[in-house]
Design a protein around this ligand. Structure first.
Ligand code: AMP
Length: 294
């Protein structure tokens, strides 16, 4: 049984940043999240890919102990293209072709059903809710989403939020969803719906954690070369749940997630995450500790 089950998209992405372009590269929330989780825990993926994406393209995940028995194959792959301007904090979506994601019904392998940790990464909330209901009794459900689902499926998304333990949003999504410019108000509103913790990501500025009892501020790791932030949110979520499943420490898991996301931003797609070692992560965590000491 995997430590963590991750529901999300498998994408073929086209990305443009001020520093270059990448076409037809593997992406999707489930890909980034499961790879990031695999630094700490074993992950099982629930997703759908197109028949035009060869199984061999996912082999690198299997090598990292990522279980792909919950990945179905049908039709054409989901495709996303996005662009970043000099402010690299937010992607502008150029096009989204849902393809295999539309009408996708997740089938949860028996081996996944008893997993204790569930990450509902960014995908249609209808798929998130179906997957959640098919799991037996996850101890912790973490949810991420994006502006497309907030504007097209808000009611359903709110239903998922009510059944979620930890909600992760970036600041513009929090403002959009809760109709307030104020992040603290948005977090309080989110807490009143059901989750016991809300994490608001602030791009290069780190993340804020809100619970009924505490507020924690995680700094962003100061990066000199941001190449492509695509997947930073997904890798943050995957690294967070993977680390939390082992440490049970919210603050540590958030800082760990911010570090993994920072590595992700240093290359196009998954390229830099695929290069790093546990020592690189340890060193960056130690630097982060120095940065926030006073
Ligand atoms: P992030 O930069 O963390 O928000 O994630 C970007 C990744 O999410 C890309 O690899 C896309 O393939 C994927 N993605 C973009 N839009 C959607 C969507 N509407 N649903 C699911 N995944 C998406």
């Amino acid at each position: 049984m995997p430590d963590v089950v991750i529901v999300g998209s498998i994408g073929i992405d086209a990305i443009k940043t001020p520093f270059g372009t990448a076409k037809d590269i593997l992406g999707g929330s489930a890909i980034y999240a499961s790879f990031a989780a695999s630094f700490s825990a074993s992950a099982g993926v629930i997703s759908v890919k197109g028949n035009d994406l060869a199984d061999s393209e996912l082999e690198f995940l299997r090598k990292r102990n990522v279980d792909l028995r919950g990945v179905q194959s049908k039709g054409k792959n989901f495709r996303w293209s996005g662009e970043y301007e000099y402010d690299m904090n937010e992607a502008k979506t150029i096009s989204t072709e849902l393809n295999s994601i539309s009408g996708f019904t997740p089938v949860i392998p028996e081996e996944y059903k008893k997993a204790k940790y569930l990450f509902l990464a960014n995908i249609d909330p209808a798929i998130q809710i179906e997957a959640m209901e098919a799991m037996e009794a996850p101890k912790l459900v973490v949810l991420d989403t994006m502006n497309l689902w907030i504007s097209t499926k808000k009611e359903l998304l709110l239903k998922v939020i009510k059944k979620t333990n930890i909600l992760i949003l970036n600041e513009s999504e929090a403002r959009q969803l809760f109709k307030t410019p104020n992040i603290v108000k948005a977090a309080k509103y989110a807490l009143s719906l059901g989750p016991w913790a809300v994490i608001i990501k602030k791009g290069e500025d780190g993340a804020l954690l809100f619970t009924e009892k505490e507020v924690f501020s995680c700094p962003g790791y100061p990066l000199e070369n941001v190449v492509d932030p695509t997947g930073c949110g997904d890798s943050f979520g995957g690294a967070f749940i993977g680390n939390y499943s082992k440490t049970k420490n919210l603050r540590k898991a958030i800082v760990y997630a911010a570090i993994i996301a920072s590595f992700n931003a240093e290359g196009f797609g998954l390229s830099n995450l695929q290069k790093i070692s546990k020592t690189d992560i340890k060193n960056r965590l130690a630097e982060m500790q120095k940065i926030r000491k006073f």
